[in-house]
Design a protein around this ligand. Structure first.
Ligand SMILES: Cc1ncc(COP(=O)(O)O)c(C=O)c1O
Length: 383
């Protein structure tokens, strides 16, 4: 397979086999440089260069980059420090009430549902989690939970533990049939799977930077559909929430028009600058190309795992699969395998008792073959 990245983009990728983007991705070098430059400037010059005007406009390029990534207008994008922070502010803004319910899945990443659970603890709304079997959720079991009292369907586009992917068109339609909001946590998909918030109508979407977006910890973005923006009052507010942030008049808040109303405070701004660089980089390569490339890698891995009699625990049906592959070997301790892979400089995670392999654009087929060779050696030793 021809590489779709240059060595300078991810200079450390050749030093080891890194199959762990679902945990923390390698960072795009342009993002790393942007972050370092910003922190160095503020450390050495305070606000001489990063002045009021720069601070006010610091997210503009992130709005543009994220908007291009998911095919929307920059006005519908808010920047924040983490996916959870943005989702928390959204959950309090939506504020599902006592007779309403929020639908998600039992295997969802906790941060996708905890913000709603926290609101439920105050308002008494019901949290409904679709059941799982062998760490797999049938999409019909999500749809069955949606009814006329559903305020929100909030799912993770790709489940963190096994890569199960949900059809956004299908769930969007199911939620909207009952006038529920369709909210997507794209932390495990943005940057790796094409998302078009117009094609699959999504009401809100959050994504953190440090996984498939190849950015840093400390930055994230949220999309809020224009039809919602006027109705929602952010759950988290601060001086930046006012439409002219430098007015600094504590006696009133008038929110800006767009999704910017969800930006409320200072943050490690250099991280947002880094995220902008990484999204611009991924947009230039093209998410469709990245998706196909990653699929190519995971198909080679799957074939190799199957021929070694691994038990594949990620969904194999095309409509549910992503480039995350999870597997274990009967009678062999998963933790032991992962420990030994690490000694051989192959980095993966343990999720739900399986080895989770999450290759991304900086990996090559050589990485995958090397991983299979190491697995052969390890299984011989530890079984
Ligand atoms: C689906 C999903 N959402 C959210 C998070 C956490 O995001 P953040 O650290 O940006 O709050 C994770 C982390 O693993 C995740 O997998």
């Amino acid at each position: 397979m021809n590489s779709i990245t240059a060595e300078k983009d991810f200079p450390s990728a050749k030093n080891f086999v890194y199959l762990n983007a679902a945990n923390v991705s390698l960072m795009y070098s342009g993002a790393k440089n942007g972050i370092q430059d910003w922190f160095e400037d503020v450390a050495l010059n305070g606000s001489n260069n990063f002045d009021d005007n720069a601070e006010q406009n610091v997210f503009k390029n992130l709005h543009l980059a994220a908007a291009r990534l998911i095919n929307t207008s920059p006005d519908n994008i808010a920047a924040g420090s983490s996916a959870t922070e943005l989702l928390g502010s959204l959950a309090w803004a939506v504020l599902p009430t006592k007779n309403q319910n929020v639908v998600s899945t039992k295997i969802v990443f906790p941060s996708t549902v905890y913000p709603w659970q926290r609101v439920a603890n105050s308002t008494g709304c019901e949290i409904r989690l679709a059941k799982e079997k062998n760490n797999f959720v049938d999409v019909d079991d999500i749809i069955d939970l949606i009814d006329e009292n559903t305020k929100v369907v909030c799912i993770s586009h790709v489940e963190f533990s096994n890569g199960q992917t949900f059809d956004l068109d299908l769930l969007s339609e199911a939620a909207h049939e009952y006038d529920a909001l369709f909210v997507v946590d794209a932390t495990q998909s943005a940057g790796a799977i094409p998302i078009d918030v117009n094609k699959s109508p999504i009401d809100a979407l959050v994504a953190g930077a440090y996984k498939w977006l190849c950015g840093p910890f400390g930055a994230a973005f949220m999309y809020v559909a224009p039809h919602l923006l006027d109705q929602l009052e952010p759950g988290l507010v601060g001086f930046r929430s006012h439409k002219n942030m430098w007015d600094l008049d504590a006696s009133r808040i008038e929110y800006p028009q767009g999704a910017e109303k969800f930006e409320f405070s200072t943050m490690a701004f250099g991280c947002a600058i880094g995220l902008t660089q990484s999204i611009d980089y991924l947009n230039t390569i093209g998410i469709k190309n990245i998706f196909q490339y990653n699929k190519g890698l995971s198909n080679i891995l799957l074939e190799g795992l199957r021929s070694r009699n691994a038990v594949i625990t990620s969904p194999l049906e095309k409509k549910y699969s992503s480039s995350i592959i999870t597997a274990h070997f009967d009678g062999v301790d998963t933790e032991e395998i992962i420990k030994n892979l690490k000694i051989s400089q192959v980095f993966v995670s343990n999720r739900a008792g399986s080895i989770r392999f999450s290759p991304h654009l900086y990996n090559t087929d050589v990485d995958i073959q090397a991983t299979l060779v190491e697995l052969d050696k390890i299984i011989q030793i530890v079984s």
